[in-house]
Design a protein. Structure first.
Length: 282
């Protein structure tokens, strides 16, 4: 099996402002992470292909990511970019992105729904139309949600049956508090929609950054295996943010071991290659 990291980032605070990096807690990763650092990290993890995910609501970042991916010698096999879902000319914008340098590597679109002050933002008619347009363009839509948006996220998936969705970071379960009941009920409901898969990513940053152990992550992964099955699960490192909770290497190896113990081997690479159709375009 070819190992795939289905979720990581790149950024350079020397060139752009990243609001999500503001604050003392994020200071350790408020520095440049480029292709060289990515390649070294993926060699350490034993990963052959990756999916690079947007961080800013800025089409310029997406264009830059596509160019970087095209120059990565196959390491970055797909890019999840950003586009304004509410734009009347979204279809034309997506075509222009796909026709741009490296545009054949565009595999999905994401908007940070978790940052929208309106918990029902995903219910808006123009958003639903936009997500349907993303699906019609042959692209996946990545869902980034927290608890206030969980219900609206379910409704969005149900309203767009012809769009393929991937839930980032398992919907951000409250691992640190240990109160997984509401999340478990919601994730089981979401998994009933056959057009959604889930990323086993970002779990350690929802746990206690200093004290997390494998036992903290296991109930989440076991729930995902039961609800989605391995064929709808994708492993992602969430590098470099995972370094905030120890090291990306430790979290990657811990999650890998838990997935192997749960006989969820497809999540290690095959599902990501299928969901994002990595390598199908030239």
């Amino acid at each position: 099996m070819t190992r795939v990291d289905a979720h990581h980032h790149l950024w350079d605070p020397g060139r752009r402002h990243y609001p999500f990096l503001d604050g003392t807690d994020l200071a350790p990763v408020r520095k440049r992470y480029g292709l060289g650092q990515l390649r070294a990290t993926m060699i350490q993890l034993g990963v052959a292909r990756t999916v690079l995910v947007q961080t800013l609501s800025d089409p310029a970042e997406t264009g830059e990511f596509l160019s970087i991916a095209a120059a990565s010698d196959g390491l970055i096999a797909g890019v999840v970019g950003w586009a304004d879902l509410t734009a009347p000319d979204l279809e034309e914008r997506l075509v222009a992105m796909q026709d741009s340098p490296g545009g054949h590597l565009l595999v999905g679109i994401r908007h940070q729904i978790q940052d929208e002050p309106d918990p029902g933002w995903a219910d808006r008619d123009e958003v639903v139309r936009g997500v349907r347009t993303v699906g019609a363009a042959g692209l996946v839509y990545d869902l980034l949600l927290r608890e206030p948006q969980w219900k609206a996220g379910c409704r969005l998936v149900e309203s767009c049956p012809d769009t393929s969705f991937v839930l980032d970071h398992a919907g951000k379960p409250p691992i640190a508090s240990g109160d997984l009941g509401p999340w478990r009920s919601w994730i089981t409901d979401l998994a009933d929609r056959p057009n959604v898969a889930v990323k086993v990513s970002g779990l350690v940053t929802e746990a206690d950054w200093q004290r997390w152990t494998s036992d903290d992550l296991k109930p989440v992964i076991d729930t995902l295996v039961e609800a989605f099955g391995p064929q709808r699960m994708l492993q992602g490192s969430d590098w470099p943010l995972a370094d905030l909770a120890g090291s990306t290497s430790r979290s990657w190896q811990t999650v890998t071991q838990l997935l192997e113990q749960a006989d969820a081997h497809a999540a290690l690479g095959d599902t990501a290659a299928g969901v994002y159709r990595l390598g199908e375009t030239a």
